[in-house]
Design a protein around this ligand. Sequence first.
Ligand code: NAP
Length: 282
Amino acid sequence: MNSRPVVLVTGANSGIGLACAEAIARKGYRVYATYRNPRKAGHLWRLSRSLPLFPLLMDVNRTPSVQKAVSQILKKEKRVDALINNAGFVMAGFWEDLSDKDVRDQFETNVFGLLRVSRAVLPFMRKQGSGKILNIGSVAGFAALPGLGAYSATKFAVNSITEALRMETRPWGIDVTEINPGEIQTSVVQNARLGERVKSPQSPYTPFTKYFENFSKERFEKAAPVEKLVGVVLKALEDRPMKRRYLVKLDDYFTYYLRWLLPDALWEWGLGIMFPWSRFPR
Ligand SMILES: NC(=O)c1ccc[n+]([C@@H]2O[C@H](COP(=O)([O-])OP(=O)(O)OC[C@H]3O[C@@H](n4cnc5c(N)ncnc54)[C@H](OP(=O)(O)O)[C@@H]3O)[C@@H](O)[C@H]2O)c1
C-alpha cells in the first residue's frame, strides 16, 4: 500500500475540478480524478502519464457509477483520505421560467450527487477513523440572486449539509468543510443550462433575463483565476482541523460579511440598486 494520501475529486475533467486534481497530484497526493464523459477525459489521461493522477469514470447522478468508482479506488488503495465534491452546474432562469424537471436536474447533481458520493466514502472513512470532505459551494450559497434561484437553492443546501455533516462525522475523526467561491475563470457560464421556458417569446422575464446575462458577463470578465481557488483548496487539505468555511477573494469576504451584518431590508435595498427592475413599481 502507498502511504501518500488518497484524494477523490468529482467533475475533474474541466475547470475547478481539473485544476485542483492537477495541483493536488503535483503535491504528491494520489488523486482519483473523475469524469463522466470519456470523450472529455483526454487531458486527464495525458496528466496521468507524469503525475500520481488516476482518471476514473463517475457520473454523480448515478448510484451504480458512484459505487463502482469508489470500490475501484478502495480495491487499489484500501483507503480514501479526502473527497472534493466539485461536480456541479448552473441552471439559469427565473423561477417561473423553470420547470419541475429543471429544478430536479439541478438538485440531482449539485445536492444529491454530492450526498451520493459522500455516502459512498463515509463508511470507509469511519472505519479508518479519519477523512476530509471538501464541498465546493458558492457565494450563491449565502446570497441568492434573481435569475439564479435554483442554483442558489442547491448551494444553500450544500451550506446546510456541510453545517450538519461536520458535526455528525466528527466522532469518527472526519472533518468537513465548504469552499464558497465567487466568480472563477472556468467554462461554468458556457456550460450553464437554461430553464425550459427561458428563451420562450412568451416569457414575461425576457428583459430581466437579458439584463442578467449582461450582468453576469460583466462579473465574469473580472473573475479570479482558478489558481486562487486551488490555493485555498490546498490549504484546506492541510489544515487540521479545517475551518467551517473558506472564502476565496476579497469581494467574496465583502459579500459574506455584508449579508451577515445587514438587516434583510437593507440588503434588498442594495440589490435593488444592482437590479433596478426587482423593486415594486412606483
Ligand atoms: N466557476 C465559478 O465561478 C464557480 C463559482 C462558485 C462555485 N462554482 C462551483 O464549482 C464547481 C465546478 O464548476 P466549474 O466552474 O469548474 O465549472 P465547469 O468547468 O463547468 O465544471 C463542472 C464539472 O462538473 C462536472 N459535472 C457536471 N455534472 C456532473 C455529473 N452528473 N457527474 C459528474 N460530473 C459532473 C462537469 O463534467 P462535464 O464536463 O461532463 O459536464 C465538469 O467537469 C461547481 O460545483 C460550481 O457550482 C463555480
